[in-house]
Design a protein around this ligand. Structure first.
Ligand SMILES: C[S@@+](CC[C@H](N)C(=O)[O-])C[C@H]1O[C@@H](n2cnc3c(N)ncnc32)[C@H](O)[C@@H]1O
Length: 466
């Protein structure tokens, strides 16, 4: 597969910045769950006689007693009832076993979102393997190009990013990015080395700060209705000195900016050197991709790339969830395999959706119950399956690269309990690799920062006319 970069010299520059301290590949997951077998086994008669304690074993002295009781009972009810009693008992045993087979999960006495319980129930493999049969959809690009970075690059960079993240000004970024996406944005900005970074949706400025850590001298343009300096009055926020804010009374939506003019003012001639980051919860197709294409931008990152049935705007992941894509399309059949798997997964992952939530009336599963959501779910439109299908064909026709950021580490390590790992790509640090997780400093972070992963995605849009 062809690999692509953003700028002419990005590859060599990007590589030279990496620390070379880690040689461990994330592709060697520990997949075996050590199940401790009970060393206890029933004592045989021989064991007991060997121990010399058989004479004092209470169970032995009780056995004839139970037998006597049973035979007394049988003789009392009379021999004519015996066959009926045996048949009834067999029937009850059969009934119990059948119900156990059908409802085995409900017999598992575990706390709902407890990580140890999840591993005990699914095993490390099972954390993701249930969906393996169904797969996870992926947007197809025109020529099958891939990003030039590898999982080894991600792992090395992760080690470098942890101490940077620890110095963030906005420690509590609830409703904004957590650790996984902060890392992804920092990593990609640093690798791509843009001449200009544009962000849409800044909130308290955490994402602006992340981009600044990646590229200390690169100008930023930030579009956000409320200026981050407003948040400063109430608590921590970040306002950047080399950032042009379209915020507050100067706010302009990304789709209404005169980009030709703005880019000219910033001295940007090559649109291939601009990185656009969206975290504004707008319909990614109708608003953002079409607007970015019109302006000629080629490198886009979407922070929230919600899975089908979830989220507040129509996302790339949703658009590409199609029956003709491997792992795409859904069954709304209530007694089907998918329904069973979904209801099991829902027991363990807060954000997992079961078939009832996934499917709207008339088995409309695409988008969110057949809706194309927009603007933090303030507006939404019911679309037909045919429209949904056309949307994905359109995206495929303009896409050079589609790359979803993997989660930084498996849930047995991060203890995140929100997103279902079966609906994401394998993590950078695989489940079970606790020592590696600790060594790169991830163990120092508060668990809550690992809860916000929603498949951040990098898109490279084809050059016009290609
Ligand atoms: C999830 S927050 C962004 C979080 C931020 N990127 C971070 O990680 O800290 C979404 C932001 O988008 C802003 N927003 C809402 N509508 C917008 C629009 N049309 N264009 C740009 N930003 C918008 C909201 O005011 C809010 O600040």
């Amino acid at each position: 597969m062809e690999r692509v970069g953003m700028m002419n010299n990005s590859s060599s520059n990007g590589q030279s910045l990496w620390h070379s301290s880690s040689s461990q590949s994330p592709k060697t997951p520990t997949t075996m769950l050590d199940r401790a077998l009970s060393s206890r086994r029933p004592h045989s008669d021989a064991d007991l006689s060997d121990s010399g304690e058989s004479g004092t074993d209470e169970s032995k002295t009780k056995r004839p007693h139970v037998y006597l009781l049973a035979s007394n009972f049988v003789s009392r009810i009379g021999h004519q009832w015996l066959p009926c009693v045996i048949v009834a008992l067999l029937f009850l045993v059969l009934l119990f076993l059948t119900s156990l087979a059908f409802h085995s999960s409900s017999f598992v006495c575990v706390s709902r979102f407890d990580p140890a319980a999840r591993i005990g129930f699914f095993g490390f493999d099972g954390l993701e393997s249930d969906f393996g049969a169904l797969g996870v959809p992926w947007c197809r690009s025109k020529h099958g190009k891939e990003v030039e970075w590898t999982s080894k690059d991600l792992l090395k960079a992760l080690e470098e990013f942890v101490p940077i993240y620890e110095t963030r000004p906005v420690k509590n970024n609830m409703h904004g990015m957590g650790f996984d996406h902060s890392f992804g944005l920092w990593f990609m900005a640093r690798w791509l080395k843009p001449e200009l970074m544009i962000e849409s949706g800044a909130f308290k400025g955490h994402s602006t700060w992340v981009m600044r850590q990646a590229m200390p001298d690169t100008p930023i343009i930030s579009l956000t209705p409320r200026h981050p300096e407003k948040y400063l009055k109430k608590g921590p926020a970040y306002v950047d000195g080399n950032c042009t804010y379209f915020a507050g009374k100067d706010f302009v939506d990304f789709g209404s900016v005169d980009w030709k003019n703005v880019l000219k003012k910033h001295g940007v001639k090559d649109l291939n050197r601009v990185l656009v980051f969206f975290d504004d919860h707008q319909n990614e197709l109708k608003s953002r991709i079409k607007q970015a294409l019109k302006a000629g931008f080629q490198h886009l990152i979407f922070e929230d790339n919600y899975d089908t049935g979830t989220g507040d705007h129509y996302s790339l992941r949703q658009i590409c969830d199609q029956s003709y894509i491997k792992g795409g399309g859904h069954s709304c059949f209530k007694d089907g395999d998918e329904a069973r798997i979904r209801s099991n997964r829902k027991k363990f992952w807060e954000k997992a959706v079961d078939t009832e939530e996934l499917c709207g009336p008339g088995e409309t599963w695409w988008g969110v119950r057949g809706e194309m959501r927009d603007d933090f779910n303030h507006s939404n439109t019911q679309i037909s399956y045919n429209q949904h299908f056309q949307n994905s064909r359109y995206v495929e026709s303009i896409l050079d690269v589609y790359w979803e950021l993997p989660p930084v580490a498996g849930p047995s390590l991060t203890h995140q309990s929100r997103y279902d790992p079966a609906r994401s790509t394998p993590p950078v640090v695989a489940d079970g690799r606790r020592r590696l997780f600790q060594r790169i400093g991830l163990g120092r972070l508060d668990k809550s920062v690992f809860n916000g992963y929603t498949q951040m995605v990098y898109l490279q849009i084809s050059k016009p006319g290609s």
